[in-house]
Design a protein around this ligand. Structure first.
Ligand SMILES: Nc1ncnc2c1ncn2[C@@H]1O[C@H](COP(=O)(O)OP(=O)(O)OP(=O)(O)O)[C@@H](O)[C@H]1O
Length: 634
């Protein structure tokens, strides 16, 4: 043996820091339902079989005389052992070090953060945590030692990985007679309180409930030397006729394919014939997966070609549908070319298009038939779907039709644009919106006063993505989107709800003079100062100039360094407000100019504060306020 090989022969290694942390959490278990470890190991075994099925197309010698994929669960009650054995692709020594000593999956990192946050807050985190699968490491919830022996297909080397989950693992060559002829054996040395998992009935129950539909047959060997008995037939669920599949079967399959624990909110199972022939089995999850807002925005759809798994992260659906889980099985794609070539095939491009359209039309159908179920989906995934409004020009109208909004009239519920337009006021020419941080705060914004007084509904847009699409969308049903914080509000044509229609009272000469004075005083700080049409109760507010970007969008762009200088705002003054009319009258009557100037600057700062910004100069603001109050007290 060479020196180098000797050094590689047996080693003890420390887990990557994140793995150690995850293992610690696993052992001091956060899961109430420990059964999940079996599902995770079976799913890894099935993936390994499917990977081999694919590699064997180009290299049939890899499967040799044992072409039929199989997962075997072996129990040894006396010794407290349970083993999951597969004849899949197997792992080389290096692959084992990579796969079983690090965390590759982004969802797992998010999962850990979630647990830690829940623990820090001493919150009831387990409910939430129980919704996510965490892979191989979950074995350590039930085992105090895990041995993995693996032999990669087509090689004559086997490796043994072993760990007690306490910070280190060992890795060493294994004798071929101790390893499967091909594939992997994972052996769990069960903890005393987990010995039940070596019982036939327990295992059968769990497999039936969680893994009955994995596309690889599963056999059970209930004791050393016993005859293997099939407990799952490995028939791919999606190849069966829809009418024969029960909702529970779909739900089980969804859980195993999506790694979720809930029920799907929507199941789509279609067999397309004609120009492209494929089967789509897709699910909208019942709750948000943890990696939903990962910057990579990766989808998790599996791509099969005639039941051979090509990849489990195929880019089949656009980024804004990344929450949809499931698979496509195509009959037309070529199998004997590389994965990359399959993914670049024009046939797949056509399938992508058709499948995206199909998912959207199924969502629309649900919105029509069961509004409450659809709104629940919107609650979870609306913010993601809205990304499509600026990314997918072709489907923008369909997406606008699917969109739901909080509005000033919706009383906490959701409104569609169709309903908004149907309820529009006489002479109303636009769909009005207000964008900002949270819907409740938006609802209290002074900009809405004039709209409320006229019974005009305003969309309250509080998702970060809103400011992006709303400025590029052309409109809906012929009506443009218009921000209530932008430009002059031409509301004069729309009658007030409570009072008889009347023109706004003439701005008196004194008020006009005062507004001119404010403008002169503020000078370069504002683009303009004008009498407001939109205010009824508040004295002042800030708006964007007629042709400038919405003020919130402007803040986002400036924050991201994509806008050099922000535009100056327009200060709108309510000519009917008591403070304004009395200040105007006082000025006419010869009040001290310094006092009126203080008041003018205070009004500007008041408008900034209402917009969530600090006064221009907090110290000067405090001094002015003190002077004006002192004067008020006589
Ligand atoms: N039975 C097995 N055969 C071959 N490789 C395996 C087997 N079990 C685990 N692995 C390897 O170990 C890796 C880590 O497994 P783990 O269950 O932690 O996450 P994962 O399977 O990648 O994630 P997911 O469960 O989301 O697919 C796998 O990606 C795979 O490369």
């Amino acid at each position: 043996m060479s020196v180098e090989n000797q050094a590689r022969a047996e080693e003890s290694r420390a887990f990557e820091a994140d793995v150690a942390k995850l293992l610690h959490l696993m052992v001091h278990s956060v899961y109430s339902d420990k059964d999940v470890f079996l599902r995770e190991l079976i799913s890894n075994a099935a993936d390994a079989c499917e990977k081999l099925r694919y590699e064997a197309i180009a290299r049939p010698e890899l499967t040799g005389e044992d072409p039929k994929p199989q997962i075997r669960i072996e129990l040894d009650k006396d010794k407290g052992l349970v083993s999951i054995v597969d004849n899949g692709i197997g792992m080389s020594r290096d692959e084992m070090v990579d796969a079983l000593g690090t965390i590759a999956r982004s969802g797992t990192k998010a999962f850990m953060e979630q647990i830690e946050a829940a623990r820090a807050a001493e919150a009831e985190g387990t409910q939430l945590i129980g919704q996510f699968g965490v892979g191989f490491y979950s074995s350590f919830m039930v085992a105090d030692r895990v041995d993995v022996v693996s032999r990669r297909a087509g090689t004559d080397e086997a490796t043994l990985w072993s760990s007690d989950g306490k910070g280190t693992y060992s890795i060493a060559p294994a004798a071929l007679e101790d390893a499967p002829a091909r594939g992997t054996r994972v052996t769990l040395h069960l903890m005393d309180d987990a010995r039940d998992y070596a019982e036939r009935f327990t295992v059968q129950r769990i497999v039936k409930a969680q893994s009955g539909h994995v596309p690889v047959p599963i056999v059970l060997v209930e004791a050393p030397g016993a005859e293997p008995a099939e407990i799952a037939d490995g028939a791919a669920l999606w190849t069966r006729p829809k009418a024969e599949i029960k909702p529970e079967e779909y739900a089980d399959f969804y859980r195993s394919v999506a790694g979720q624990f809930d029920d799907p909110a929507l199941t789509i199972h279609v067999r397309a014939e004609g120009r492209q022939e494929y089967t789509l089995l897709a699910f909208v999850p019942g709750s948000r997966p943890l990696d939903l807002f990962e910057p990579a925005r990766k989808g998790r759809m599996k791509l099969y070609v005639r039941r051979v798994l090509i990849t489990d992260e195929a880019e089949i659906l656009p980024g804004y549908l990344r929450f949809v889980r499931g698979l496509i099985d195509s009959a037309d794609l070529p199998l004997n070319v590389s994965r990359e070539m399959i993914q670049e095939s024009p046939i797949l491009a056509a399938i992508r298009k058709a499948v995206t359209g199909r998912v959207l039309s199924e969502l629309e159908k649900l919105a029509g038939s069961d509004a409450a179920a659809y709104e629940k989906i919107w609650d979870s995934f609306g913010a993601v779907l809205k990304e499509g409004l600026y990314e997918d020009f072709e489907r923008r109208d369909a997406l606008l039709g699917l969109a739901r909004f909080k509005t000033t009239a919706a009383k906490g519920g959701w409104r569609s644009l169709k309903d908004y337009v149907a309820g529009h006021r006489e002479n109303q020419t636009a769909i009005y919106y207000l964008a900002g941080e949270d819907a409740a705060r938006l609802d209290a914004s002074p900009h809405l006063e004039g709209f409320r007084a006229r019974g005009i509904e305003v969309l309250l847009l509080s998702d970060p993505v809103d400011s992006f699409w709303v400025t590029s969308a052309l409109g809906f049903d012929g009506k443009p989107f218009k921000s209530v914080t932008q430009g002059a509000a031409d509301l004069a044509e729309i009658p007030l709800v409570d009072k008889p229609a009347e023109a706004s009272p003439e701005t008196t000469a004194a008020v006009a003079g005062f507004i001119g004075f404010v403008k002169q005083t503020l000078g370069e700080a504002v683009a303009d100062v004008r009498a407001s049409e939109r205010l009824t109760d508040s004295a002042v507010c800030l708006v964007a100039p007629d042709h400038g970007p919405d003020r919130r969008l402007e803040k986002i762009l400036a924050g991201a360094g994509r806008l050099d200088a922000t535009q100056k705002p327009v200060l709108e003054v309510n000519p009917r407000h008591a403070v304004v009319t009395r200040l105007a009258a006082a000025r006419e009557a010869g009040a001290e100019p310094a006092f009126v100037e203080d008041a003018a600057r205070l009004l500007f700062d008041e408008a900034r504060i209402l917009d969530g910004e600090p006064p221009v100069d907090p110290r000067a603001f405090a001094e002015r306020l003190a002077r004006v109050m002192a004067k008020g007290l006589g």
